[in-house]
Design a binder for this molecule. Structure first.
Ligand code: ZZB
Length: 265
């Protein structure tokens, strides 16, 4: 699977705190990023938040030789170190362990997003075994993201459970970025209505909605924002991906068919 890792820069915003082990990186002014794996780099205009699995095990890892640090699962950091993304080939350089819980509420600057600051929020359906375990959320065009955001908005008890502040969630609405045949400007919202998705745990309905939105959006959709406005999604995707890679906003990441196994256990 050929992913694009979007570098979501951890910034300081009132009311959020960095885990202690990472404070030094902020002082050294090195780049600290949540590394979000996506198959849809052309949708980054519509980012409204970032998802982590609250019980997931993550870590902060040095990448490449410029001192940047990525937050992602250790499994993905291990894969990255065979793809030229670690300081030393084949070697993981871990700064510290983190839990998903530690990351909730971090403020981020997301490349290409129309919203200036987005926050890390919990989503129970994020899989630690896929991508980097960090997912950037595009509720306009990803049904899972729309429903995850709605769940947090509609259920104060859910926000309370995860220590999610109202201001990280309530102001954020899906941003129209793609016009999709049959589904219109907010394809994921329309599809969730059509397939009667009630919660992030409606896995069957969400899978159907996702498949339809993906097919119609990718092959028939037209971008309505950004420098490639008016271009088809299918044509714009590789162009926008290359632009983000060239600008240092993203890196290429391939997921091997089988996970690289740790010999030390
Ligand atoms: C932004 C985005 C915008 C995405 C969109 C989708 C859509 P697939 O096809 O099942 O492989 N994703 C990435 N990693 C994880 C994870 N660990 N757990 C859960 N979800 C994850 O799905 C690939 C997509 O699943 C990725 O692309 C990412 O969300 C999410 F408008 O990134 B995507 C109709 C889908 N639209």
């Amino acid at each position: 699977q050929d992913y694009t890792i979007i570098k979501l820069e951890v910034i300081t915003a009132p009311g959020t705190q960095l885990p202690a082990a990472l404070e030094q990186y902020r002082d050294q002014k090195k780049g600290l990023y949540l590394a979000a794996a996506t198959l849809r780099p052309e949708t980054m205009y519509g980012q409204t938040n970032c998802w982590v699995q609250p019980d997931g095990e993550y870590g902060a890892f040095e990448v490449s030789t410029n001192g940047d640090v990525f937050i992602c699962t250790e499994r993905s950091a291990r894969n990255m170190c065979y793809q030229g993304l670690s300081p030393e080939h084949g070697k993981v350089s871990k700064v510290c362990d983190l839990r998903g819980w530690d990351l909730i509420g971090l403020a981020l600057r997301a490349p290409n997003a129309m919203i200036e600051t987005v926050y890390v929020l919990p989503l129970l359906t994020v899989s630690a075994a896929k991508g980097t375990g960090v997912v950037t959320s595009v509720p306009s065009d990803a049904p899972d993201d729309f429903r995850g955001l709605q769940d947090l908005k509609e259920k104060p008890a859910l926000r309370q459970k995860f220590g999610v502040k109202d201001e990280w969630v309530l102001p954020f609405e899906p941003v129209p970025i793609i016009d999709t045949p049959d589904f219109g400007p907010l394809a994921a919202v329309t599809a969730c209505e059509q397939y009667k998705v009630q919660s992030q745990n409606d896995r069957d309905a969400l899978a159907k909605a996702k498949e339809e939105v993906y097919k119609k959006g990718f092959y028939g959709g037209v971008l309505t924002v950004g420098p490639h406005k008016g271009e088809s999604v299918e044509k714009a995707k590789p162009i926008i991906r290359d632009e983000m890679l060239a600008a240092g906003q993203a890196v290429a990441y391939a997921e091997p068919e089988k996970t690289v196994m740790s010999r030390s256990g």
